[in-house]
Design a protein. Structure first.
Ligand code: XMP
Length: 512
């Protein structure tokens, strides 16, 4: 097994993910729990030190147990993990001005290194950086194997001890050769594994049966891929002990409610309650403009509504949710990890302490594309599996500022045209997620001979593999022009259209 010591990076789970793709068994443990006693008991064959938000120059900041460097197994340090390694092994780290790097960078090779097999075949390689501090002096025994314009120590190693330390994040999709680096690392550590999606499905079915017994489960169905896969998996495990509740919070896209209800009633033999609660949600959201407040209100109401329906189902003791790894990691405070909360995710943030229902979350360990693979494993149609993700709080987080019915109506129309354009141009499957956000600002325009004073909107489309990192989609100018013209001409209430070209990080995919 492999031990990942978590220093609180937003993308630590992705390391586990990359290793799982290599069928390697690994465990993530917060640095506070990792003592040398713990390490000896676990007996890992290799160790990875994750990134993290702290600065090793700060007194009292996280460290690895010092003796781990004498334990005799390969160690890979990433970003903060690199700095911890350098610092603990006698090098120097500084919080410098002007040496921070966020986003794309290119690494130039300096010497050959085993974990870089397959790199630099066409010159420099792209990597994803996200650091404020940097190493200013490497530890004794280490050599430099790669540099980037802002990180002279982008790749350092002491190959004789199998110690590797990189400044960038090889686990994210935007480091294209990152997976290769992990493959090389686990190979030299002597790993072979047998983790598969088929095995996961069987494991989860057994686990759900054990957890639920003969009790009843209610499942919140959103019509998205996650909750649908969760519902179908649970249905496979316990059949009619499951009842799905589809909550229409009034924040869905055009025609979405009808489509979801029809699909589940026509195609699956799953019990389904259609709860139209839009009055309740929109009423509570009235006048609210703070993103976290909106998320918390929606999260809380969801649970209330579930409970209301759970009460009508005799013996319902469990609530099933399609919570994914990214939902968990970005709100990680509840699991005791060291990450900073970026957003309170809908599935997690609104959970009251005592909700009276126990949770069933069969997708908690999976990333989006793994959920799709599981969906395929469960026989779901490809067109359904390929649907773009849609967030639990729905259009609320695409409507910065106060939410009004008027704005939602405008947003629905604009979004429908945008998605129609994307489908017509055959681009839907190349894009991870595309949507319109309505901006809380009115601008002046001229249409015909008249003055207009209407809302502006932003189009968003990103490529991503897991939602953890993302880049904007490079539409042609013709496409953007044609789409903007259609939206402005066809949607009453919008007179200006912009395209959002922010990557993640530093942005997020949704606007709130
Ligand atoms: P961000 O905006 O955090 O989004 O970059 C990453 C992915 O997560 C989706 N998202 C959510 N999904 N509940 C969900 O089920 C939520 O509260 C939520 N917030 C964001 C987002 O659409 C993107 O795919």
């Amino acid at each position: 097994r492999l031990l990942i010591i978590d220093f609180g990076s937003q993308v630590t789970q992705l390391i586990a993910r990359r290793l799982r793709e290599l069928n390697v068994y690994c465990e993530i443990h917060p640095y506070q729990n990792v003592t040398m006693e713990f390490v000896r008991e676990m007996a890992p064959r290799a160790v990875i030190l994750s990134g993290g938000p702290d600065s090793v120059t700060r007194e009292g900041s996280p460290r690895a147990p010092q003796e781990i460097f004498d334990y005799g197994v390969p160690i890979l340090g990433i970003c903060y993990g690199q700095q911890v390694m350098m610092h603990q092994l006698g090098g120097k780290v500084e919080s410098g001005h002007g040496t921070a790097e966020f986003g794309r960078a290119f690494v130039t090779p300096k010497a050959k290194l085993d974990i870089l097999a397959g790199w630099f075949t066409d010159g420099d390689d792209q990597v994803w950086m996200s650091h404020g501090d940097h190493v200013s002096e490497i530890a004794p025994g280490f050599k430099v194997f790669g540099t980037s314009p802002n990180a002279p120590f982008a790749i350092t190693a002491d190959p004789s001890r199998h110690f590797y330390a990189v400044q960038f994040h090889p686990e994210v999709h935007h480091t294209p050769k990152g997976a290769k680096l992990y493959e090389n690392f686990v190979k030299l550590a002597g790993f072979s594994g047998d983790w598969t999606m088929g095995a996961y499905r069987e494991q989860m079915i057994t686990k759900i049966r054990e957890q639920v017994g003969d009790k009843k489960v209610i499942c919140g169905l959103s019509g998205g891929v996650d909750s649908s896969v969760a519902a179908i998996l649970i249905h496979e495990a316990i059949g009619d002990q499951l009842t799905c509740v589809f909550v229409d919070h009034g924040l869905l896209r055009k025609n979405e409610a009808t489509e979801v209800v029809e699909m589940f009633r026509d195609n699956y033999n799953i019990r389904l309650i259609h709860a139209d609660e839009s009055e309740l949600f929109l009423g509570e959201l009235d006048g609210q403009s703070d993103p976290e407040t909106k998320r918390k209100i929606i999260g809380k109401l969801f649970i209330d509504v579930f409970q209301k329906h759970a009460d009508t189902i005799d013996g319902a003791e469990f609530l099933a949710q399609g919570t994914l790894y990214p939902d968990v990691i970005e709100s990680v405070s509840f699991s005791g990890g060291p990450s900073v909360t970026i957003k309170s995710h809908h599935n997690v943030g609104g959970l009251p302490e005592k909700m009276g229902l126990k949770l069933v979350e069969p997708l908690r360990e999976l990333f989006k594309d793994e959920v799709r693979a599981l969906g395929r494993e469960l026989g779901l149609p490809t067109s359904f599996i390929g649907r773009h993700p849609f967030p639990g709080p729905g259009l609320a987080i695409r409507c910065p500022g106060e939410i009004t019915r008027e704005k939602l109506e405008i947003l629905r129309e604009a979004d429908a045209i945008y998605i129609d354009q994307i489908r017509k141009h055959g681009l839907y499957d190349d894009i991870w997620q595309a949507f319109v956000a309505i901006l809380p600002v009115r601008t002046v325009g001229v249409m015909g001979d008249g003055r207009t004073y209407d809302f502006a909107c932003a189009l968003r489309a990103v490529t991503s593999v897991d939602g953890m990192t993302a880049d904007y989609y490079p539409f042609s100018h013709e496409f953007l022009g044609e789409t903007a013209t259609r939206i402005i001409n066809e949607v009453k209430g919008i007179n200006r259209c912009t395209y959002d070209i922010t990557s993640k990080p530093p942005g997020t995919i949704e606007w709130e």
